[in-house]
Design a protein around this ligand. Structure first.
Ligand code: TRP
Length: 471
């Protein structure tokens, strides 16, 4: 494999892995590593699985052609999701650094600003993600201890504003900081090993229960009836490509950072495939929960006006209408599952920022996690107080910064990085060999085209939301 272009000048600094395992000077302090392969996989799946799976995916599928969208989504997961994830993995594991240092090490100095954009994206996403996670926490606690509110709309308005919203946002940030302070193995890996199996069991249990509901067939039909004409539109294509990248936490270095703690024994293509399919599986299963529940009460139309609020208004209403202990039990389980998904995503966001500060400024982990966590919590006060601000943070990051970041990854690995295929070969079995060339061309040509399409369709909306804020 030869590079299509001459090496950029100044050339990329040699990465630690190039010096071989027994290089002369040991690093100032040893980089943390995952204790087990399963720990890494569950942490990465934890990052990927979140609100995007439990609400955004089912909702998109129902809106954009049902099973036809699901088929397109699977295709795009192969064409851009997995290739981009393997791109982040190969940068992270080769450089053994967090995003800023890793991009600089693999691409040369001119890539440093892209690294900063990744960290800034992590900052902004966590700031508003934690606000929504705070609502989820409040709902879970409320349903478990006091049952459903009489008026879900009024309840949502109360939970998502004022002292409630700020208080639970700060509580959630504190929890996230506490886990990240514990480090890669004792904090993130341990939390994922406990929480992710629990999440899987809860979601699977809910899906089985939902199948027993009267009217569940209508729900499945609403969710999955294939409408192939939808799939041919540019809009749907953009939505599916964007969702595939968002759902896998790509475009801001979360997967890159997690891979930087990985040893050369691990097979990147194998882990990447497992992670992508687990993420898809959970998203798909969440739809098998949400739609039967909603259809059992004939609430499909409520989904049509979906903003994030619908999750907090339509579903509690549906669970409540089921009545009695059953509705309350499954309602609590649903919100606890959502809470777990949010925690494990949030820790990966804070880890990107924390590890960047550790690598760039040499701060100790605890100081880095606490300081950055407090700054992010502060930046999150605005979206905690204003749904418009929340929407603008979401639009700016999800619609602009993440697709741009993903484009950066595709170009860096496809056109700039030296011998990227070599990194995939390390630790992998022979049977992945036939796919490597195709992987590179996905990153060189196909992913950039699709990502430009995504940006084309989303940038205007994101800037309108921003402009509206300052009017
Ligand atoms: N993947 C997460 C979800 O589906 C959301 C997300 C997007 C994310 N980018 C991220 C989470 C980066 C952690 C890190 O909800």
């Amino acid at each position: 494999m030869t590079d299509p272009r001459p090496a950029p000048t100044p050339g990329p600094e040699p990465s630690p892995s190039h010096r071989g395992p027994e290089h002369a000077e040991p690093p100032a302090f040893a980089r943390e590593v995952w204790n087990t392969r399963v720990g890494f996989i569950l942490a990465a799946v934890g990052s990927a699985v979140g609100l995007g799976n439990m609400w955004r995916f089912p909702y998109f599928a129902a809106e954009h052609g049902g099973a036809a969208f699901v088929a397109l989504y699977i295709l795009l997961t192969f064409v851009i999701g997995i290739p981009l994830m393997l791109g982040e993995f190969s940068i992270g594991r080769r450089a053994k650094l967090s995003p800023i240092g890793a991009l600089r090490s693999v691409g040369g100095r001119r890539w440093t600003p892209v690294g900063y954009m990744f960290v800034l994206a992590g900052f902004l996403i966590l700031a508003y993600y934690s606000v929504i996670a705070g609502w989820v926490t409040r709902y879970a606690i409320g349903i478990i201890f006091t049952g459903f509110p009489d008026d879900p709309g009024a309840y949502f308005a109360e939970v998502s504003s004022g002292v409630n919203a700020i208080g639970f946002h700060l509580f959630f940030m504190t929890l996230t900081i506490a886990i990240v302070m514990g480090g890669v193995e004792k904090g993130i890996e341990r939390a994922s090993l406990i929480m992710m199996p629990a999440l899987l069991i809860l979601i699977a249990g809910l899906a089985i229960w939902a199948a027993t509901l009267v009217g569940s067939a209508d729900g499945y039909r609403f969710y999955l009836a294939p409408d192939w004409s939808e799939v041919l539109s540019l809009d749907t294509f953009g939505a599916a490509a964007g969702q595939a990248a968002f759902s896998l936490s790509l475009g801001m270095g979360a997967m890159l950072t997690f891979a930087s703690y990985l040893s050369s024994k691990e097979s990147l293509p194998r882990e990447g495939t497992v992670i992508a399919f687990s993420d898809f599986g959970i998203a798909f299963t969440a739809g098998l929960v949400v739609f039967p529940v909603i259809a059992a009460l004939g609430l499909q139309e409520a989904v049509g006006e979906s903003t994030i609020g619908a999750l907090f208004i339509a579903l509690p209403g549906a669970f409540d209408a089921m009545g009695g202990i059953a509705g309350r039990t499954v309602g609590s389980i649903f919100f606890v599952a959502l809470f777990i998904g949010a925690v494990t995503s949030a820790i990966s966001l804070l880890e990107v920022v924390t590890s960047s500060v550790i690598d760039e400024f040499g701060w100790p982990r605890k100081k880095a996690a606490v300081t950055m966590g407090i700054v992010i919590a502060t930046v999150g006060l605005w979206p905690a107080m204003s749904l418009d601000a929340l929407g603008a943070y979401d639009g700016l990051t999800g619609n602009v910064m993440l697709p741009l970041g993903a484009l950066g990854i595709a170009v860096l690995v496809g056109w700039v990085m030296r011998n990227p295929i070599d990194e995939l070969v390390i630790g992998s079995s022979e049977r992945f060999r036939p796919f490597y060339k195709g992987w590179l061309w996905m990153l060189r040509v196909v992913a950039p085209i699709l990502l430009v399409l995504v940006l084309w369709s989303t940038i205007p909306g994101a800037f309108e939301a921003l402009a509206a804020l300052f009017q």
